[in-house]
Each structure stands twice: as C-alpha cells, then as structure tokens.
Design a protein around this ligand. Structure first.
Ligand SMILES: Cc1cc2nc3c(=O)[nH]c(=O)nc-3n(C[C@H](O)[C@H](O)[C@H](O)COP(=O)(O)OP(=O)(O)OC[C@H]3O[C@@H](n4cnc5c(N)ncnc54)[C@H](O)[C@@H]3O)c2cc1C
Ligand code: SF4
Ligand code: SF4
Length: 1019
C-alpha cells in the first residue's frame, strides 16, 4: 500500500500570518496556501520550478489594494509577491518563492466596449482571444498577436509587452495601451494615461507613492535623455521593461505606461486596462511559399518584404513535420499540396496581405506572386506556393502555426525542445547570417532544434532539445545562453525580443550599461524593499539585492530527476507535460478541458494534474516506494485481508489527517475522463490514463465509495437486469428511490432502461447474433454485404430503439446486419481505476472480437466513446491483440452508392441538420467528422458541425451527485445555447449516448442519433 505523504515543505510562519491577516481583513478572493495550489503554480512554460508559499486569487481591485497595503507594513517587509495571469511565460516571469497573486481566476471581465471611439476597458485577467471574440461582432480586434492567445491574459501581455505575427504593422502591446489602472505597493490606486506638463506638475505635488513615482520617473528621464537614446536600439522589438525611451509620447506628453508596460509585475499590480482596438481588415490573403532549405526561406525574406506584405513568418521542416502529424493538419492540408516530383519542403514562408479593398489586396498578392513566378525553382529560391483568401481560412493556417510551437515539445525521446534562448531579435537584414551562426553554435553542442519566427521583425524562435534531468544538459543552458548573448550583441540585437526577461534579467546590466543604475533607481521608487517579483528586470538601488541567475533558480529538471527511472517511464505522460498551457484554452466552444473551464482552478487542468502527479512520484520516491511494484501488490492483494487497513486509513482521513495523496486524488476526481487532452494537448498528455493508474493505488490505501463498484460493475450485470426492465425501472425511477440513491450512493438522474429488451426485438428485425460459424455458412454475396454491430452497454440497454433504428437503416441500405454478442467493454472499469478488472475484461472481449474479425466482416460500434476504447485504452497494453472496430461514420462514409441509392429510393428530399459530436470522437477521431458530412451529403442532406465543448456528462461523471453543479455548468457553457437556439429546432443530431442523455436531463429534449434522423426521413 502506498504510504501517507505528509513530508511537505511547510509554509513559512511569516506567510501564514500574512494569509491569516488577509482573511481577517475581509479579502474577498481565495487564499490558498494548500500544497496542491502551490505545486501547480510552481511552474510556467520555462525550465524553472519554484515552490511558492501560497496562492491568492483576488476578486476585485480592493483585494489587490489590501494585499499591497498589508505587504507594505513593516512586519511584512520580507513578504514577496508575483502577479500572475495565464502563467505562459517562458522565462519564469510569474514564478516566486513568495505569494503568487493570480489575477486570472476572477478578474476576467470585459467592462466596456466603445466601438465608436475604438477602445475597450477590461480587467487584466481577460484572455486575448476572449477579448477578440467579444469584439468581433463590432468588426473590431485587439491587434497585438501571440501564439498563446487562447490562454495568455491582457495583464500578462502588458507586462511582457507581448507581440508576434504582424508586429511590423501593428507594433507591440504597449502601442495599444491607452490607460492603465494600477495598484502600487503602498496600496494607492492610480489611473495612468498620457498627460501634459501641467498635469504632470500637479501630480508631482502629491504626497504619496503616486506623486513620488511621477517625480522620480520624470527626473530619470530628464537627467538621462542622451544616454537613453544611445542605449535603446531602434528595433521593431526594442527593449521592453522600464522603457525610458518612450516616457514622452511623440506629442510630448508624459506617459507612465511606458515604464509599466513590460515591467513583468515588478512595479505594480495592473488591474484594468483601456486598450485601443482596430477595425478587422476586411480583405486578407495568405501566400504559403515552399523552399527546399530553411536558410533559403530566410534569405528570400528580404525580397518578399520588398513586395509590401503585412507580415512574413517562417517555419522550418521540423516544425512543419510535427504539425503534419497532428490533428491540426487536417484543417490546412489543402493549402500545402505536395507533388511527388517536387523536392522535400524544408522551409516555409507564410506571407500575409491585408487591405481595405479586394483590388488593393489582389495588387499586393500579384506583386509577390509575380516575383515568385519569376524566380521559381532557381537555386535557393522557392519551388511553389499557394494563396489562401479570407480571414476564416487564413486563421486556420495561423492556428496551425500557433499550435506548432507547442508541438515542438512532442519530439520523441528524453531530450525535448526547451525555451531559454527562444526569442532573440536582430535587425531583419542581419537575420540570415545571425541564424547561420546560431545554428553552428547549437550544432557544436550536438543539440537538435526546431526553428520558426517573425522574419519581418528579425525575431527567431528556437528551442534546443535537451534533457534537463541530465546534469550535463543542464549545464549547457549557461554555455548556450552566453554564446547566444554574444551573438545577439555581434548582430546588434537582443536576447529578449518577444517573451520578456524573467530569470534572464541577469543579462540586463550588460545590455543597459551605464543606464542600468537608473533602472535600479526607478525600481527603488516603486518597490524599495524588493517585494514585487524580485530579481527580475532590476533590483532596487542601494538594496544590495541581486538579480536572479539563469543557473541558480531551481529547475524542473532538478525535481524530476529525483523520480526513479521506472516511475518516470510509467508516468511518462505527466513527465513530458512541458507546461505550455494549451490546456488552459479559454474557449467554451473548444473541447479542451471542461473541468478547468468550469472551475477555473488550474489543478483541475491537464497541466495541473500532471504537475501534481510529478510531485506525487517524487514524494513516493522519498518514501522509497516504487509505484510500479505497488501495482503488482495491489493487484495481488486480497480484498478482505486489506480491508481493516483501508478502513483505518479512511477514518483517519475523515478525522482530518493530512495526506498529499488525497490532494492529488481531489484533482483526479474532478477529471471527466473526456480525453480531449489526449488529442488536443500538443504533447498528447493522457490524463485519463495516469488518473486510472493513480486511482488504483489510491484505493489500495483508502476505501472506495460504493458507487464506484456499482458504476464499474454495471456493465456485466445489465444483460441480467434487462430481463426485467420494469422491475429495474421501478426500483431506480420512483422519486423515493431516486432520493435514496442520491443520498446513500451519491448517484443522481439514473437513466431508465428501455422497456423492451434488445434481445427480444431482434427476431422481429431478422437480425442474428454474429458467430464465426454462422458467418462461415453465409454465401459470398451475403458475406460481402454483411456488417457486425458491436454492442455497447448503454445503447443496447438504455436506447434499444436507437440500435433497432440503426439496424433498420442499414438493412434499408441493403446490408446484412449481424449483432456481436454482448460483452462488457470495460471502459467504466478503466475510468474508475479498476485496472485489474479492466485488463481481464479487455482480454476477454478482444478474444471474442478477434474471432469475429477473422471472418473479414467489418466490426462497427454505435457509441463513439465506447468504440474508441478499442483503439485507445485497449492498445495501452502492447501485449494485447489489436482489434479494429470502426466508428459508424468511418465505415458508412465508404458506402456512398448504398446511401445514394437509399436517398433515391425513398425520395428523401433535401434538409439541413446540425451535428453535436461527442468530444472524444471529435478530438480523437477528428477526421471522421467529415465522414458524417459525407454520409448526409450522399443522402442529399447538409450537415454542419456545431462548435461545442464537452456536454458535461462524459460517461457517468454527470450522474455522480458530487459533480451535479460542474456537470450542469459545463453543459451551460456551450451546449445549452445550441440546443435551445430556435434555428436549430428539429435539426439537431447527436452521436454520443452521454450527450443525448445530458440534453434530456438538462433541457428535457430528445435529440436523435444522425442515423435515426436519416431513417426518419424515409418514414
Ligand atoms: C508556446 C508559447 C508561445 C509563446 N508565443 C509568444 C508570442 O508569440 N509572443 C509573445 O509575446 N509571447 C509569447 N509567449 C510568451 C507568453 O505567452 C507571453 O509573455 C504572455 O504575454 C504572457 O501572458 P500570461 O497571461 O500568461 O502572463 P504570465 O506568464 O502569467 O505573466 C507574465 C508576466 O506578467 C506579470 N503579470 C501578469 N499579469 C499581471 C498584472 N495584472 N499586473 C502586473 N503584472 C502582471 C507577471 O508577474 C509576469 O511577470 C509564448 C509562450 C509560450 C508558452
Ligand atoms: S498538459 Fe499538454 S497542453 Fe497542458 S501544459 Fe501540459 S503539455 Fe501543455
Ligand atoms: S480528460 Fe478531459 S477533463 Fe480530464 S484532464 Fe483531460 S481534458 Fe480535462
């Protein structure tokens, strides 16, 4: 049995007192010094891991005022604070060993949109894509772009002065900041916007922090004008952080925002921002240009820039090939046609044009294509291109490019691309020679890498592949960074071109030279005791404090290497999570992680769960416990023999005994096992997989709730129960019984069994059970038109009519339908961590299905989630035979003639329908969604897929009383609106059993399966 884990790094007493005082003063947000929160917020996307003392989640500006005031009291002078947004920084920007102040959980409202004047006011926890989604109906957008736009916050963007694709036209974040509402360290609140000298003089008279910082910043600027001009390079990506060069606007106004933007949370908390927004360009085109060499694509950029595009982005063959292996490729593959006669693509330039009219757009594109046609196939020039028109299509290519950044982390092996020199900027004309030397430096150390970047701005993204668990590789961080710093200096560039400084601030004194003491003076004015994100950008003058050093901050690799190899291998999914945060996707219409979206608690995300599992493995190792050996022990143990121990442990837990295992358990319990992470995480982090294995060990120590046995054991019992559906329904559906089941077992809204059993109906539809001998007796013609429906527990017992309808439709299409004998599939066992039972069930079922498969008749499953188990959970055991069970649409999409014949025979007419797909199916078998559209098209119908996230049911999750609120919350996020939209009335179809039953439960509507809809058209 796994040991109790209570050997934690305790919260320091000073911080405990700080948290107690906050609570006592009426802090409205959450104060979380628990270990799970600390572990989850100990990482960002950098190589570092720093355990904070606790996390606070302010609800409103007054909470931040309270934090700042308390921290400025003499007794709390040693308390340090780091503001945090999406936590997507690549250089430890939001990491601290003090208090993380996470502004993103609650302060994420768009406060005001003024379309007429072209500005918005937002709380700084708003995510960039969230803002643009709200602006879209007004024809506006917030222009600064970044790859993490679906999870990075406006606060984070302002504080790193973020920018990306399109920066040559649109500039950086600070170019769009009109006003900022900040809280300074003494608790004063200040709305900063450009001001006249008279206004400045008035503010300077104030006798508080606001007056002090205005006096100071103005003095620093006036005293050092010439030096400032010398030090700040005239690059598109000029120096961020304490930007003294732009204290005065072009109109001569004094602008404090210039030092606040890019300050990385080291000067103030920024609570609200007024931002400039622009009209969405009406006309846009993207030219995708192919090269046989990456260096060629870089060299060609100069000529391309001469053709006047809006932006030029480049990606190398490594990044491209990773994108090609991901589901994202399906959305863009048509734009990258590959002719066998052409050379292999080794580099791509993506060139965007935007314009106010179609004619202007076409003229721009024509300039470029004329050049490309002229040099086509010449040495070091491109060998082909495609043009994409319209922002909807173009955004698919940009989404692929954005995702490619994360995909780089999915390289095979222990050495994975990591960020630390990933955003250098040099004058664009120096980029090609700079990159040639950069590559030579990496080659010299034998490091593999992928590259992409903004050629137009001279910004290059490189992530060398290293294993930070290996001390030799770890030491290379210093060697390579020093080498790259020297190179950027040689080419008049910067180490920090885009992502901010963070831990790399140690290079700031060298870059700023004589001006650096002025930065220290500035920091001292805002933060004299070095409490706000200390060690980043600059230390306060005369404080003796030092900047962080790239090789002195604790790294994740140092923690991970404490985990024994066998455990790392067993939990490689959690080990390889690189923290890029793609699972924090804000979009309610995207399937990625419903549990994070509904709770806004990061421990309930794939990244949070991975972080907790790594910490858990480390702690097990500290207790000399090998999780792999523990599986064997748990599987070999006797239920009764281990009962007293589990009972005692459970009692102790209930009496309040602390166990870190339980914190991990709580995070795992929140997971719906929807599997969206498996397909959508660029690293394919498979939470349901490690969750199941964790639960197996956890329940080796603690008692399982009775409901787990019922839910997991229902499958094999159902055939027997189905003999008396009336009795089953009487026992489960009466109000008193429902109340009792909810109270005693924690199960709610249990579905009613179909009144007639499937077995009893088969004869009427002339359907036989599939057997090897029966199929052998079929003549060749009948065998060719045969198909075997593989039953699943849910449709076969709770939706008998659906199974019968599917059979009827397939028969009308001319198929000989056979039904595989019912065998439990085992998915519920897996979900609840009964791994021994699952393995046995999967083996038995595979044996039966393999025999049927050997007949050559296709095997097809109706329910997507259950069917996909055969190619996912079943294949996790490499020793098990693989069986091919297709999704209905995968098989039926290949039966075009039969479908067309059916449409003609029954004169179906034309209709328009909307598909609500099961999230496991649309993420794990994304290509098959086109299959549904094909099937409907062959029947003369139009089918469009609704953009939805998870429905909130996911198997039995929604039936567990403890999940009632989150399940309903998830449903409301994206399903309820689509289900109740008047235009969707009688047009919806849903593929998943779970989804249909969730709609019935939440909205009392019965949505048919797509094949039922097609069948009903013929009646
Ligand atoms: C895969 C990947 C791709 C990336 N691509 C880009 C890119 O194209 N362009 C780009 O610019 N960056 C990029 N980044 C870096 C990162 O996404 C940006 O720096 C982003 O702006 C950070 O936003 P965030 O909300 O995650 O902030 P965090 O990482 O949480 O914080 C960033 C900094 O801002 C401070 N901060 C956050 N909110 C506040 C606030 N309200 N008040 C005061 N301080 C605050 C923090 O203390 C920290 O110093 C990328 C990162 C990853 C992982
Ligand atoms: S779970 Fe996947 S998407 Fe989330 S942070 Fe980890 S690697 Fe990125
Ligand atoms: S399975 Fe679903 S709920 Fe669980 S972590 Fe993955 S995406 Fe989130």
């Amino acid at each position: 049995m796994i040991p109790r884990l209570d050997n934690l790094n305790p919260v320091q007493s000073l911080y405990l007192e700080f948290f107690n005082q906050l609570t006592a003063k009426g802090f409205a947000g959450d104060v979380n010094p628990d270990y799970a929160n600390r572990v989850v917020l100990a990482t960002d996307n950098s190589i570092y891991q720093v355990l904070p003392q606790g996390v606070v989640y302010p609800k409103q500006t007054s909470d931040l005022v309270m934090i700042a005031k308390l921290a400025s009291e003499a007794r709390f002078k040693d308390v340090v604070l780091a503001p945090r947004g999406g936590g997507t920084g690549t250089n430890g920007q939001s990491l601290t060993d003090g208090v993380v102040v996470d502004i993103s959980r609650h302060m994420n409202q768009i406060l005001e949109i003024n379309a007429e004047e072209g500005w918005v006011r937002v709380q700084t926890g708003v995510v960039k894509d969230q803002l643009n989604a709200a602006l879209k109906p007004h024809g506006l957008f917030f222009a600064p772009e970044l790859s993490t736009s679906n999870r990075a916050t406006i606060g984070g963007m302002i504080n790193t002065d973020a920018s990306g694709q399109g920066s040559c036209l649109y500039g950086k974040t600070r170019d769009h900041v009109l006003a900022l509402n900040s809280v300074f360290l003494d608790g004063s609140e200040w709305l900063s916007e450009p001001m006249t000298d008279a206004e400045l003089e008035a503010v300077k008279q104030r006798n508080d922090k606001v007056g002090e910082v205005h006096r100071l910043v103005d003095a620093i600027h006036s005293e050092n004008r010439a030096l400032i001009v010398d030090v700040f390079p005239p690059l598109n990506r000029c120096l961020t952080g304490y930007d003294l060069a732009h204290i005065r606007t072009e109109e001569g106004l004094f602008d404090l925002n210039s030092v606040l933007c890019g300050a990385e949370g080291s000067l103030a908390f920024i609570t609200e921002a007024k931002l400039n927004v622009l009209p969405i360009p009406e006309y846009a085109a993207l030219v995708n240009i192919k090269y046989a060499g990456f260096q060629d694509s870089l060299e060609d950029a100069k000529q391309i820039m001469g053709c006047g595009p809006t932006s030029v982005e480049t990606i190398d063959s490594k990044v491209l090939s990773l994108a090609m292996q991901d589901i994202v490729w399906q959305t863009v593959e048509d734009y990258f046609p590959q002719d066998a006669a052409e050379p292999e693509i080794k580099g791509i330039n993506l060139v965007e044009y935007t314009a106010a009219s179609q004619a202007e757009l076409e003229a721009g594109v024509a300039r470029l294509t004329a050049y490309l046609d002229e040099v086509n196939q010449q040495p070091a020039k491109s060998f082909g291109y495609s043009v994409v028109y319209g922002s909807a299509e173009i955004s698919k290519v940009w989404a692929m490019r954005k995702k490619a950044v994360g995909l780089l982390g999915n390289a095979k092996g222990q050495q994975r691309p990591i960020p630390f020199v990933e955003d250098t900027a040099v004058p664009p004309e120096n980029l090609a020679p700079f990159i040639a030397e950069f590559r030579a430096l990496l080659d010299q150390h034998g490091l593999a890498y992928g590259m992409f970047g903004h050629v137009d701005a001279g910004v290059l993204h490189v992530r060398p592949a290293m294993d930070m668990k290996d001390e030799v590789d770890e030491a290379l961080v210093r060697t390579v960074t020093d080498g790259v710093v020297a190179l950027t200096q040689k080419y008049n560039g910067l180490l920090w071109g885009e992502h901010g400084k963070g831990v790399r601030s140690e290079y700031a004194p060298a870059f700023f030279g004589e001006l650096y003491p002025q930065l220290q003076r500035l920091k001292a004015g805002f933060d004299p005791f070095n409490q706000l994100n200390p060690g980043k950008i600059a230390t306060p003058a005369d404080s003796g404090a030092e900047l962080l050093k790239i090789d002195e901050v604790p790294t994740r690799g140092q923690q991970d290497r404490l985990i024994p190899l066998a455990a790392r291998d067993e939990y490689s999914q959690a080990m390889f999570c690189n923290g890029n945060g793609a699972c924090y996707n804000y979009d309610p219409k995207d399937a990625m992680c419903p549990s994070w979206k509904v709770t806004r608690e990061r421990k309930h995300s794939p990244k949070g769960r991975s972080s907790l599992v790594r910490e858990w493995l480390k702690q097990l190792a500290e207790h000399n416990t090998d999780p792999v050996a523990e599986y064997h022990k748990v599987r070999a143990s006797n239920f009764l023999f281990t009962l007293p121990g589990r009972l005692l442990n459970t009692l102790s837990l209930k009496r309040g005994q602390y166990d870190f295992n339980h914190e991990v358990y709580e995070a795992m319990q929140g997971c719906l096992s929807c599997k969206s992470c498996v397909a959508q995480c660029p690293i394919k982090v498979n939470v349901p997989d490690f969750r199941a294995r964790f639960l197996e060990l956890y329940y080796g120590r603690y008692m399982r709730p009775v409901k787990d046995y019922l839910l997991a054991g229902l499958e094999p019992l159902l055939p027997a129960l189905a003999k008396w559906p009336g009795l089953y329904n009487a026992l489960t559906q009466r109000p008193a019984m429902r109340a009792a089941t909810a109270k005693l077992l924690g199960l709610i809204d249990n579905p009613a069994m179909s009144p007639e059993s499937l077995a009893g109906q088969l004869e009427a539809q002339a359907v036989e059970l599939a057997t090897v001998s029966g199929i052998a007796r079929l003549n060749q013609a009948d065998r060719v038109r045969s198909v075997i429906l593989v039953q699943d527990a849910f449709t076969s017992h709770f939706e008998v009519q659906l199974v019968l309808d599917v059979i009827e439709l397939l028969q009308r299409l001319g198929f000989n339908v056979l039904l595989a004998p019912f065998m439990p599939n085992g998915k519920p066992l897996h979900v609840h961590g009964f791994m021994k039972g699952f393995e046995k069930t999967a083996d038995r079922n595979t044996e039966m299905l393999k025999a049927l498969e050997s007949t050559g008749v296709p095997l097809v499953g109706i329910d997507p989630a259950m069917t996909l188990t055969y190619r996912q959970e079943y294949r996790d055991n490499p020793e098990r035979d693989q069986v091919e069970v297709q999704l209905l649409q995968e098989w039926l999409a290949g039966q075009s003639d039969a479908l067309k014949g059916y449409a003609a025979d029954y004169n179906l007419g034309a209709g328009e329908f909307v598909l609500l797909a099961h999230c496991t199916e649309k993420t794990s078998a994304a290509a098959s969604m086109k299959g549904w559209q094909q099937i409907f098209a062959d029947c003369g119908q139009t089918l469009t897929q609704a953009a939805t996230g998870c429905c909130g049911m996911s198997g039995t999750y929604g039936h567990e009383a403890e999940n009632a609120d989150t399940s309903a919350g998830i449903y409301k996020m994206s399903w309820s609106g689509v289900v109740n939209a008047p235009e969707n009335r009688d047009r919806l179809v849903a593929t998943g059993y779970s989804c249909r039953s969730q709609v019935k439960r939440q909205d009392q509507q019965q949505i048919p399966h797509p094949l039922q809809r097609l069948l009903y058209l013929s009646r």
